[in-house]
Design a protein around this ligand. Structure first.
Ligand code: ATP
Length: 290
């Protein structure tokens, strides 16, 4: 079987349909409970074998994304090479559509796409356990993106339970003009250290109404004082007909849920027509990937 010399994969964004944060644990992490679902807003990650032995180069069309060894794709390629020892160079190109520092998991998804590309380019695939541990070493959300399906996320983000989600929805995703850092979000959350996570069964969402009732994000309170724009966007999404609206991850992007693509586009048009001063917001419509 001949192996390709270049390949590309789409890297989807994720939404946290809900995100609860509990007390800080002795290891410094917070316990969380969240449902994460991939949606059809994509970066594209392209990998090419290159002549320069052992070199990893990254190019990205978004200036705010680092292209050095701190790039998540660079780290993914480096770990994969450590695992299987390929000796050729690799050129990584990221076509960025997922906004950065938005809580949409773009960097983590790009890394998961890089691992997929490398499996295809080398014809090698780590065992499921090795693959997950490699993903976890790159970043907290990377294991989720290697699974490619909706999941209940617990522990500090390390315990993943795939869950079926038959309910289709479309989301209007709004990224305010500013990004937010996950690290800072956790620092602002005032959590009682004794607050333990509620344990419970994997939630089931038999209908979009049931799903909408679960939407909630503890980071909204953490940012409320300094960024009133977050509550404003949430309010606008609800006024535009969203069944529910909330922050994704630690922000700054919010999403509103709609039953169909046409209703989502109608809601988006209503928001854009309000012609209030919204700065450099970005808007997207995306469906969940079943
Ligand atoms: P999460 O929800 O996982 O916290 P996020 O969407 O808030 O993610 P990202 O956009 O993934 O955050 O990236 C956060 C930081 O990671 C950026 O500020 C950027 O400097 C760095 N980074 C490294 N690699 C990438 C990448 N491939 N794409 C985007 N950002 C990257």
């Amino acid at each position: 079987m001949s192996l390709p010399s270049s390949i590309s994969f789409l890297a989807p964004a994720k939404l946290n349909l809900f995100l609860r944060v509990f007390g800080k644990r002795p290891d410094g992490y917070h316990d969380i409970r969240s449902v994460m679902t991939p949606v059809s807003l994509y970066d594209e990650v392209i990998l090419e074998k290159a002549a320069e032995a052992n070199g990893i180069t990254v190019e990205c069309d978004a200036a705010e994304v680092p292209t050095d060894e701190t790039n998540s794709c660079w780290r993914a390629a480096s770990l994969f090479r450590e695992w299987c020892g390929f000796t050729w160079g690799v050129r990584i190109t990221i076509r960025k559509r997922i906004p950065v520092e938005a809580g949409l998991g773009g960097g983590s998804s790009d890394a998961a796409a890089t691992l997929k590309c490398l499996c295809a380019l080398t014809g090698l695939r780590p065992s499921p356990a090795e693959y997950l541990s490699m993903a976890a070493r790159i970043g907290a959300d990377v294991p989720f993106f290697t699974m490619g399906t909706t999941a209940l996320v617990e522990g500090y983000g390390d315990i993943l339970t795939p869950m079926p989600l038959d309910t289709l929805f479309y989301a209007v995703i709004v990224k305010p003009s500013f990004g937010l850092s996950t690290r800072e979000g956790y620092a602002r959350l005032k959590r009682d250290v004794t607050q333990r996570p509620e344990s419970g069964n994997v939630p089931l969402f038999p209908s979009l109404t049931a799903l909408a009732l679960s939407v909630r994000n503890d980071f909204e309170d953490a940012w409320a004082m300094e960024f009133p724009e977050i509550a404003r966007i949430k309010e606008e999404l609800l006024s535009a007909g969203a069944l529910a609206a909330g922050l994704s991850g630690s922000g700054s992007a919010l999403f509103g849920l709609f039953p169909s693509e046409s209703e989502a586009r109608e809601g988006l048009a209503q928001m854009q027509n309000r012609s209030v001063e919204t700065g450099a917001r970005k808007y997207f419509v995306a469906g969940n990937i079943l």
